[in-house]
Design a protein around this ligand. Structure first.
Ligand code: ADP
Length: 313
């Protein structure tokens, strides 16, 4: 396993930030670490990278015990901290050289006569901007500098703390594409509070709320486990009690005249059952459509359900 976290708990003075968090990740996975502000994402990332220690639990990266030997583990980890701290007065290459020196990374020419710095500049798409000072770069390109620094030592695991915060829509797309590209041969854990981002980039999502993991599923599993919402327009008025005949129905909402939003929790497509229901009761269906729940609404529901104390998935 590239990442193995077992029963990790962390408290800052009286503030519990993580409570018995466990998860693992294998090579080639891109995991979206999703949660509202204050959920514990940064804390988990700082523990994974060896910057802070939990009071309880075990953390292994590339089979190395992070809590026992953080320096060794850091050789396997590329970390882009939140707010990407850069020395903005430096030139791009100068900064990457400086970063390599303080982290003792060899940047010697490889067999193809390219230094590790040039290889990383190319990998993150910085070539046209690499001659500039960092403070002359757009926020998107500054993120690329942070990413280049994070991959300089060719780590197996990439930990990116909110890498797309503050980017404009174009930069956002570019950085997402880049993360996907980098994730082909690495394990990537990146935090975000935006569900669409997870849909766009990840194959797996871990949702954390108040220091506890609520969901740990592949994107496909999550999409399948969501409820089926069907919009149906009948030719006549229906009394809510008539829906009692419908199996797997968990809620019904009358949105306009004879228009209803019916939510089912079942893997089978419920639309044929609705036709049977209409026929049996002598109604006509004028319109029928499947309104799949977006992951965004699922996320909102999940995180809010914790506050109200009811489980959704
Ligand atoms: P996230 O990254 O999901 O926004 P954090 O890991 O930063 O969440 O924070 C989790 C909780 O721990 C929050 O309640 C936050 O206020 C608290 N916290 C984080 N860092 C510290 C700190 N250095 N001292 C005290 N409390 C902290």
């Amino acid at each position: 396993m590239s990442i193995q976290v077992t029963s990790v708990s962390k408290t800052y003075k009286t503030q519990k930030a993580l409570n018995e968090v466990s998860f693992s990740a294998g090579k080639g996975q891109i995991i979206g670490f999703l949660g509202p502000n204050g959920a514990g994402k940064s804390t988990m990332m700082k523990i994974l990278t060896g910057f802070i220690k939990p009071e309880k639990g075990a953390v292994f990266v590339d089979e190395i015990d992070v809590l026992q030997d953080s320096l060794k583990a850091q050789k396997s980890i590329g970390y882009l901290p939140e707010h990407n701290p850069l020395y903005t007065d430096m030139y791009v290459r100068e900064y990457l050289q400086f970063h390599a020196e303080i982290f003792n990374i060899s940047t010697a020419l490889n067999g193809t006569q390219k230094s590790q710095i040039e290889i990383c500049i190319e990998k993150v798409g910085l070539t046209t901007e690499a001659h500039k000072k960092i403070n002359q770069l757009s926020k998107g390109y500054q993120q690329r500098v942070g990413l280049a620094a994070a991959i300089l030592h060719n780590p197996n695991v990439l930990i990116l703390d909110e890498p797309t915060t503050g980017l404009d829509p174009n930069q956002l797309l570019e950085i997402r594409t880049l993360i996907k590209e980098l994730g082909k041969d690495k394990t990537v854990l990146f935090s975000t509070h935006i569900m669409q981002e997870v849909e766009a980039v990840c194959d797996r999502v871990i949702i954390i709320q108040k220091g506890e993991i609520l969901v740990d599923k592949t994107l496909a599993e999550l999409q399948n486990s969501t409820e089926q919402v069907i919009k149906v327009v009948f030719n006549t008025t229906i009394g809510v009690s008539q829906f009692d005949q419908l199996e797997h129905l968990i809620s019904s909402k009358n949105t306009y005249k004879n228009t209803w939003l019916l939510t089912f929790k079942n893997e089978e497509d419920m639309r044929p059952k609705l036709f049977d229901f209409a026929q049996k009761n002598n109604f006509k269906i004028l319109e029928l459509s499947l309104e799949n729940k977006t992951l965004e609404s699922l996320f909102t529901e999940l995180t809010q359900s914790v506050i109200s104390g009811k489980a959704v998935v």
